[in-house]
Design a binder for this molecule. Structure first.
Ligand SMILES: [Zn+2]
Length: 468
């Protein structure tokens, strides 16, 4: 270890992996990472870009005009910033169209329900479906009702939010589980911890062996209301009308640009988020904030004249929400060069105040154990130590936590191929309040929080691209 100044001593991080004790010296990069943080905290360009994406382009579902407008705009912005090798990776994306839709309680009262069809759902027959409702709190209750209790009915899942990963299974599989028992439609309580009677859409999947039935999200309040009526012994009837349909796959593309590395241009730190969103709201937190924070991180490097040792590449992936085709197409495009991908960073958890990064090494480690002949995982103790040391450089903005975690969806194909993956982690206080709703709009972005996201993305990508 060479002699370092007092400031850098604080940034020394001891790697505690068994059999390995080494310190990572970040003193050579801290001057520049401090500059990146200072620039990010007073930056207006990122917020202006995010506002444009939200207010002028709006939501961006795969197959929509909004997404293709966003792809062209993103390409132009990357060129304007002065990135090199700005290009598209073409990909076919699913094209689901919501159409007109509504749901009403028709008995014991006549009142509208607050609903949003789920992505991938089929339509109701013309004129809609009117049927008695059966309400369950989980799949066990559904199974107990059996065919006798479910056939011919609209199944309402009133499942309280525990965690997104837990509760979202009712949105994904609720329709097919109901159809298996003869249900004619499924209404799913929105997957959210807090509600102002706004429905939350999202992807659903039909199983291959069960009939397809229409399915929609209803607001938490409406699900609890229907549940309460049913518990009180009322005969609850609902009318559901949906025009949803799926058109042939549409043409779309990932968009990318880069700052070529000054010493190791073939080694790539790739960073981004997903450009597509649901067809409601403006996709501000999910995931406009992610793509723009990644882009702005490179814009700030350009502004400060920083050219790290390795290439830093920003990618706007498409179709994360209902297919993941953008992430897969990027992986295919990288092909044999995958060994030169040094790290992949994604931000897709909202643009709230960042607290640090999750490091997705578990996948490659598991793969290595399953296939002893496979190449060793590149999430070496040294790499982990580097990430932790770079994390320490984010202490001033409270974003220094580094923990092991899973990979975000768009970089999952890279992580599965052995590339170390990182995900920006935020406080997550309100993300699922807005997620996939009409309320995911630019006004929900807190400027100071977004600026800190830009700082964290800039410092982590720069640090990884620069450290030996
Ligand atoms: Zn997302």
């Amino acid at each position: 270890m060479k002699t370092v100044g007092m400031r850098a001593v604080a940034a020394l991080v001891l790697c505690t992996a068994p059999g390995l004790a080494q310190a990572v010296d970040t003193s050579s990069i801290q001057g520049n990472t401090d500059k990146l943080i200072a620039a990010a905290l007073k930056d207006q360009g990122g917020l202006d870009r995010l506002e444009y994406l939200c207010y002028r382009i709006g939501n961006r579902l795969s197959g929509s005009k909004g997404l293709e407008t966003a792809v062209s705009w993103a390409e132009a912005e990357m060129k304007k910033i002065g990135l090199e090798n700005v290009r598209r990776v073409p990909t076919k994306v699913p094209h689901w169209v919501r159409g007109t839709e509504s749901a009403r309680l028709v008995s014991p009262a006549d009142k509208p329900l607050h609903m949003l069809g789920l992505g991938g759902s089929i339509a109701t027959p013309k004129g809609g479906i009117t049927a008695d409702v059966v309400v369950v709190s989980n799949f066990d209750e559904l199974e107990k009702l059996g065919k006798a209790g479910v056939a011919g009915k609209i199944v309402v899942y009133d499942v309280p939010f525990t965690s997104y990963g837990q509760t979202v299974q009712y949105r994904g599989a609720g329709a097919s589980r109901a159809a298996k028992l003869g249900g004619v439609a499924a209404l799913v309580r929105s997957v959210t911890p807090r509600s102002l009677r706004d429905p939350h859409t999202g992807a659903m999947n039909y199983s291959a062996q069960d009939p397809k039935i229409p399915t929609a999200a209803i607001s938490v309040e409406d699900a609890m209301w229907l549940h309460g009526l049913a518990k009180a012994g009322e005969k609850v009837r609902v009318h559901l009308e949906m025009e949803a349909h799926t058109e042939p796959d549409a043409d779309s593309a990932d968009v990318m640009g880069e700052i070529r590395g000054r010493e190791l241009p073939d080694e790539v730190v790739v960073m981004g988020g997903h450009l597509d969103s649901w067809d409601v709201g403006q996709g501000a937190h999910d995931d406009g904030g992610g793509v723009i924070a990644a882009l702005q991180a490179l814009a700030l490097m350009k502004q400060l004249g920083l050219q790290p040792r390795r290439t830093v590449r920003v990618v706007f992936w498409v179709n994360e929400e209902n297919g993941g085709r953008g992430g897969q197409s990027y992986r295919q495009w990288v092909g044999e060069e995958i060994g030169h991908h040094y790290a992949a960073i994604e931000m897709d958890g909202g643009a709230e105040r960042p607290v640090g990064f999750d490091l997705a090494a578990a996948v490659s480690e598991r793969r290595r154990i399953a296939n002893p002949g496979a190449p060793a995982p590149r999430v070496s103790p040294m790499f982990t130590a580097n990430v932790k040391a770079i994390g320490q450089l984010l202490k001033s903005i409270g974003a220094d936590s580094v923990e092991m975690g899973g990979a975000e969806a768009d970089i999952a194909p890279l992580v599965a191929s052995g590339v170390p993956g990182l995900g920006l982690k935020t406080t997550g206080e309100h993300y699922f309040d807005y997620h996939h709703t009409d309320a995911d709009t630019f006004d929900k972005i807190v400027p100071e929080d977004f600026r800190k996201c830009v700082a964290a993305m800039a410092v982590m990508s720069y640090g990884l691209a620069e450290l030996k």
